[in-house]
Design a protein around this ligand. Structure first.
Ligand SMILES: Nc1ncnc2c1ncn2[C@@H]1O[C@H](COP(=O)(O)OP(=O)(O)OP(=O)(O)O)[C@@H](O)[C@H]1O
Ligand SMILES: [Mg+2]
Length: 229
């Protein structure tokens, strides 16, 4: 039997509605479009990722956490759409189970505060992690800059790429498809859809660079370097 190595990414966060599911499904879509075997594990009690996939068509499997052990057996990439816990024991399990924990965060005060709390706990238990700024209103870039700076001041790594706030993501969610296929009410291609799609493509590349480093190096980077430097 050939040996098979998978990459495990968990998308997590304490704040609701901060694009955890959207991020899980779009990163999965990017890697699936590249021909990788991808599996999304829906570990959230609200089962949004499963519902998203059932509504339309996604180019990869979404499975409930209870089915994950078998379903992920031959996957190249396993992305878990998770719900954050501040329980230290659960976070330690996350450390063992993930190559990277991604923390989508909107550039808003409460979202940033909750991410700082969670990132500090993750650092304490030695989990490699990085923040992804999401729902960035392109007319209010200042808020994103402030959020980035605040996170850096706590030594928390932030990916360079930001995900813009786009109605195309809502349309894609309603249609159960990746954002690149989103259409408007009249069935015409959404004009901004590729802006959102290319942002997630760039995020996927950044993540590939991060996790290709030895885990000790990732932890060191996490602890010391602002990733946008
Ligand atoms: N970049 C974006 N621009 C605009 N809307 C977005 C963006 N990303 C996500 N959304 C929308 O925001 C809403 C919440 O996103 P999502 O369900 O992914 O968040 P979540 O963190 O998984 O929420 P929950 O805590 O309920 O699981 C959805 O309606 C989604 O379509
Ligand atoms: Mg969700």
């Amino acid at each position: 039997m050939p040996l098979h190595f998978s990459v495990f990414i968990t998308v997590s966060g304490q704040k609701g509605g901060v694009a955890k599911t959207c991020t899980s499904l779009h990163l999965a879509s990017v890697w699936a479009e590249q021909g990788k075997a991808v599996c999304v594990v829906d570990a959230d009690r609200n089962r949004s990722a499963l519902a998203y996939g059932i509504r339309g068509e996604l180019p990869f499997a979404v499975v409930p956490v209870e089915a994950a052990a078998k379903a992920t057996r031959s996957a190249d990439v396993v992305i878990t759409d998770g719900q954050a816990s501040s329980d230290e024991e659960e976070l330690r399990h996350l450390a063992v189970g993930s190559d990277l924990v991604l923390l989508p965060t909107a550039p808003k005060a409460r979202a940033v505060e909750l991410t700082v709390e969670l990132a500090q706990l993750l650092r304490h238990v030695g989990v490699a992690h990085a923040v992804l700024l999401v729902k960035v209103d392109l007319r209010q870039q200042r808020a994103a800059q402030d959020a980035r700076q605040a996170l850096h001041s706590f030594g928390i790594p932030v990916l360079d790429t930001e995900i813009p706030l786009l109605a195309a993501f809502d349309k894609a969610e309603n249609q159960g498809i990746p954002v690149f296929a989103a259409t408007d009410d009249r069935g015409r291609a959404d004009t901004r859809r590729m802006v959102g799609w290319s942002a997630y493509q760039t995020v996927a590349k950044e993540i590939e660079c991060l996790i290709s480093k030895p885990s000790s190096a990732v932890s060191r980077i996490n602890a010391t370097l602002p990733l946008s430097a």
